[in-house]
Design a protein around this ligand. Structure first.
Ligand SMILES: *Cc1c(COP(=O)(O)O)cnc(C)c1O
Ligand SMILES: [Zn+2]
Length: 409
């Protein structure tokens, strides 16, 4: 079987630069640093991209996938709406604001993007079972993609997740294993499983397929730039779980500049965490380069990674671009979910409450420029985290079906 990863030519170590053949490996043999996809891009033009499908596959020439990727059974994620958020902008005092609304993906979170790339890697390596350690959204994205691709799935979650995320992961078939522990313990368990004959032939999308999986997040950067009229936003607010998405959006912006697809203009990247799981924000504020693991305790369960693998890279990017990392309380998350919904008609999951809450805080404390072109990400759907708004999960009033009763209230 010959491998086809399109323009990707190698895996390279993010720490020491050592290069490896494309394979199901994720850590450098020299220094244990994380591996990422390295490319040899040909000429890529705006016109080529614009002629492509309304999905992440319009950017296939910038991704580690074969050229015929869109013709295989897959979820066709991406090309979600970039909503001009004039009402929210006015409420917060920001002149030009957009919400990139990734709740519009097939399983209602941004995870469909990363899984779609991992599925191609699994096909390349001949893996028949897809797996992952998940904070919730990934489990559903993997089981759905496996169903469509005709692969088996066995996914792992902390047992105490939201009911909607559990049902969503099970409805597509496959096996869903709840682990009595935190996400970080689930993740450690998966690393052990890969080293065991039980799991060594499985494609763990965010472990042994992570260098491919992670590239899917670049499509958020490409789409935002294209939807802004081939222009980078001046400021962007991104949620942090492991930090992978944030680092790859930066990589995507840099690639667009290097390929001449957008003008080389500065952009600031802001990271957002929930206070109940804010190891990166804490390190940023303390001026540290390393991230001290924490035990998560927040309603933003999709972001509840206490030991984020990409934490140090996030710190680098926030500092290099002139951004920042900030956090908000659970109460501020709920308030932000309601604000976004009432101003823009977008019902975000708790992760969207985190980014909008952080956006508000950054404007209020003067860190974010209210005059600059700003994008805030909503990465998931509020229907998956209904508990966060349980206080309004009832009608304004209940009355008899009569005009008199209505008049009375
Ligand atoms: C997974 C996830 C993220 C970001 O995850 P990273 O590990 O930082 O890439 C953001 N929002 C939601 C809703 C998620 O499920
Ligand atoms: Zn290395």
């Amino acid at each position: 079987m010959s491998l086809d990863f399109g323009p990707a030519v190698a895996l390279s170590c993010r720490e020491c630069g050592a290069r490896y053949d494309l394979g199901p490996s994720f850590a450098c043999l020299e220094c244990f640093g994380p591996l990422e996809a390295a490319y040899d891009f040909g000429t890529v033009t705006r016109a080529q991209i614009e002629a492509g499908p309304a999905s992440i596959w319009r950017y296939r020439s910038l991704l580690p996938v074969p050229v015929d990727v869109a013709t295989k059974p897959n979820m066709n994620p991406g090309w979600t709406q970039l909503v001009k958020a004039g009402n929210l902008g006015r409420a917060l005092g920001i002149r030009s604001l957009h919400v990139k609304d990734d709740s519009g993906n097939p399983t209602h979170s941004f995870k469909d993007r990363v899984v779609a790339i991992a599925v191609e890697a699994a096909r390349n390596f001949g893996f028949h079972t897809l797996s992952c350690s998940s904070t919730g959204n990934l489990a559903g994205a993997v089981t759905a993609a496996a169903a469509r691709a005709g692969l088996d799935a066995c996914v792992f979650i902390p047992a105490d997740l939201e009911q909607a995320k559990i049902a969503m992961a099970r409805v597509f078939g496959g096996r869903l294993i709840g682990i009595d522990g935190t996400y970080d313990e689930v993740n450690r368990f998966c690393s052990e499983l890969i080293g065991d004959p039980l799991g060594d032939k499985w494609g763990f999308v965010n472990v042994n397929l992570r260098p491919y999986y992670a590239e899917g997040s670049k499509t958020l950067a490409y789409e935002i730039a294209e939807q802004l009229g081939w222009k980078l936003p001046e400021q962007i607010v991104i949620p942090i779980a492991s930090g992978s998405q944030l680092t790859k959006i930066d990589k995507g912006f840099k690639e667009l500049i290097a390929l001449g697809l957008v003008e080389d203009a500065p952009y600031k990247i802001f990271g957002a965490q929930a206070q109940g799981c804010s190891p990166v924000s804490a390190a940023y504020k303390a001026g540290h380069d390393v991230v001290q693991p924490v035990k998560p305790d927040t309603i933003a369960k999709s972001l509840a990674i206490g030991n984020p693998a990409d934490g140090p890279y996030v710190l680098d990017i926030a500092r290099r671009t002139g951004g920042a990392v900030e956090d908000v309380t659970d109460a501020e998350i709920v308030e932000a979910i309601t604000l976004l919904a009432a101003t823009e008609g977008i019902f975000a999951e708790t992760a969207g409450g985190v980014t909008v809450g952080v956006l508000k805080k950054l404007v209020e404390n003067g860190t974010l420029d209210p005059e600059a072109e700003t994008v805030v990400l909503n990465t998931g759907d509020g229907l998956k985290t209904l508990d966060a708004v349980s206080s309004i999960a009832e009608p304004t009033a209940v009355i008899r079906p009569s005009l008199d009763a209505f008049r009375a209230i």
